[in-house]
Ligand binder design. Structure first.
Ligand SMILES: [Zn+2]
Length: 294
């Protein structure tokens, strides 16, 4: 954009708008979702919460909540540690070591590099049945992701979410230690690399991560409370446009502009959005558009 186009404009009796700043996006949709969630929460009543007869005994739940509170300093430290050491997908080596070390200080062994993925870590507590499929033993997997975005760091809070999952696992482990038999099954902590950049969970699942697992849970940060969420799968692809270099002012006709091709593709994606399903998302970025316009 030229300097002239970037300047401020104004007209008589019109507020001057600073074009150097983007306009603030409308937040009406978020506001409506928050209102809907608040309305559901207000009408949900006690029936929506766990009744006293469901799940674990009340005193067990209270003890678990106390254990989570007592773990808080270590969990916050883990979260801050990951935040200050952001690592992109499949490079989460600091994170793997940090999680393994925290587990170790609580007397829990873990294994890194499971299912052929260097930064996937797994630990297990609870009934250690020998049978491979653990028949009759309920098994829950707590998933944890800890990758960050290139150039951004921890944009959507995977550092917090990892600490949440590790904290839940450690609290259950401590409960089991204090009250042998309190845990009526197995609990697996499984870290899942590369959520931001890849489909590592899918690959790990194909390789057996969820075999014998009855339920898998994790938390994910969001901008506000949600009553429900439409979950999206993901497919990623990259395209390389190859051009022919030429001098842009003296012999432009001798060149083929790869950036122009990428621009057309982006424009096409934008037009395609009108016809795709409402919950489909498609987005792209040009990560290398050349170094010089000449
Ligand atoms: Zn995320």
């Amino acid at each position: 954009m030229t300097a002239a186009a970037r300047g401020t404009i104004g007209a008589m009796n019109q507020p001057v708008r600073d074009l150097s700043r983007p306009t603030t996006p409308c937040s009406a949709v978020q506001a409506r979702m928050a209102e809907e969630t608040a309305a559901r929460a207000a009408t949900a009543g006690p029936a929506a919460a766990l009744s006293e007869g469901a799940g674990a005994e009340a005193d067990l739940r209270a003890e678990l909540a106390d254990l989570v509170d007592s773990l808080a300093p270590e969990l916050v430290a883990l979260s801050h540690d990951l935040h200050t050491h952001p690592e992109v997908g499949h490079a989460e080596h600091h994170a793997v070591a940090a999680v393994a070390e925290l587990l170790r200080t609580h007397g829990i062994d873990s294994e890194a590099g499971v299912y052929g993925m260097d930064t996937a870590l797994r630990a297990e507590i609870g009934a250690a049945e020998d049978a491979p499929a653990h028949p009759g033993v309920p098994t829950m997997a707590i998933l944890a992701e800890y990758d960050a975005l290139p150039g951004v760091g921890h944009g959507c809070g995977h550092n917090v979410m990892c600490a949440n999952s590790v904290g839940a696992f450690l609290a259950l482990a401590e409960l089991q230690r204090r009250r042998p038999g309190a845990l009526p099954g197995r609990v697996i902590l499984q870290t899942t690399p590369a959520e931001e950049s890849d489909t590592a969970k899918e690959i790990l699942a194909q390789r057996g991560m969820l075999d014998g697992v009855d339920a898998a849970i994790q938390t994910h940060a969001y901008a506000h409370d949600l009553a429900d969420q439409t979950w999206l799968g993901v497919r990623r692809m990259s395209a390389v446009y190859t051009g022919i270099p030429s001098h842009a002012s003296s012999q432009p006709f001798m060149g083929r502009n790869a950036l122009d091709a990428a621009t057309l593709a982006l424009t096409g994606l934008g037009l395609l959005r009108q016809q795709i399903l409402p919950m489909d998302r498609v987005h792209a970025v040009v990560d290398d558009g050349g170094r010089s316009p000449t």
